[in-house]
Design a protein around this ligand. Structure first.
Ligand code: FES
Length: 187
């Protein structure tokens, strides 16, 4: 069963959006949508946007705040219903989109490249706060900007886990973006 909030794809006709809404996209929304926004022109007079949205999952503890060291990524399995899906968490020591912690610098992303699922494990670049290049086609992602593509073949941002901190422990509570190989992050 899925609710409206669970839907990954939201398609609306251009005429359903007021002009001010279409012109005033915030920077955060732009980055979250990344290349997930596709202009479809197959039907005359219709422009549709395909928008990636977040999905909530049961809260899963990842690591304690004190045990996460600067620029040392830690891998973990996520979401809970997908034991083969690898994510990493890293303290960038630099404020980042979606970051948590005292300095908003702790972020978490999928280890599967959004292009064709290449393994990104071990490719973190502390000097650039980026992950990559992907070993398959060399895409690199910016971890300070919601996993936006810096260069390479991928066109979609890296899926980002949403984090919370409670009593000194860091939890994953959801994912923004499609995990490679899944159509709705439910598999
Ligand atoms: S699979 Fe990563 S760039 Fe192609």
């Amino acid at each position: 069963m899925t609710s409206n909030n669970d839907n990954i794809i939201d398609i609306k006709k251009e005429s359903e959006h007021p002009e001010s809404e279409r012109l005033c996209m915030t920077r955060r929304n732009f980055l979250l949508m990344g290349a997930g926004t596709i202009v479809l022109s197959t039907m005359p007079g219709i422009v549709a946007a395909v928008k990636l949205i977040a999905k909530d999952y049961p809260r899963q503890e990842i690591i304690s705040l004190k045990d996460l060291k600067k620029d040392q990524p830690i891998d973990f399995l996520y979401p809970p219903n997908n034991p083969s899906s690898s994510f990493f968490i890293v303290k960038l020591d630099e404020e980042a989109g979606g970051g948590v912690g005292p300095n908003n610098d702790i972020v978490s992303f999928s280890n599967l490249c959004s292009h064709m699922g290449g393994p990104l494990n071990g490719t973190y670049k502390a000097s650039h706060k980026a992950i990559g290049p992907c070993p398959l086609h060399l895409t690199t992602f910016d971890l300070t900007r919601h996993g936006m593509v810096i260069s390479g073949h991928a066109t979609e941002s890296l899926p980002q886990a949403r984090l919370e901190i409670s009593e000194g422990h860091i939890y994953a509570v959801g994912v923004t973006g499609l995990i490679y190989g899944q159509h709705d992050n439910l598999a």
